[in-house]
Ligand binder design. Structure first.
Ligand SMILES: [Zn+2]
Length: 85
């Protein structure tokens, strides 16, 4: 159905250092529930201030440049499919 769950996780943007929230994951039931970060292996958000894509996998911050390298033929940043609630 293309849904997701929210992840109750807060951190600071690695680029602009402002607070980040609104993390999402597709590892749970994908019914817009609020999950705890240690119950999912991957979650992500986009900084509303600077647009930085921030993704955590297995509790670690992913280096966005690795995504860029993997998708080198694209326009740079890999973007997830836009989700309509
Ligand atoms: Zn930012």
């Amino acid at each position: 159905m293309g849904m997701f769950d929210w992840v109750d996780f807060r951190t600071l943007c690695p680029k602009c250092s402002l607070p980040l929230s609104g993390f999402q994951s597709k590892d749970g039931p994908c019914k817009l529930r609020i999950l705890l970060p240690w119950t999912v292996s991957r979650f992500y958000t986009t900084c509303e201030t600077c647009g930085q894509w921030v993704e955590y996998a297995n509790g670690r911050l992913e280096d966005p440049r690795s995504e860029e390298n993997i998708n080198a033929e694209g326009d740079g940043f890999w973007e997830p499919a836009k989700e309509e609630a």
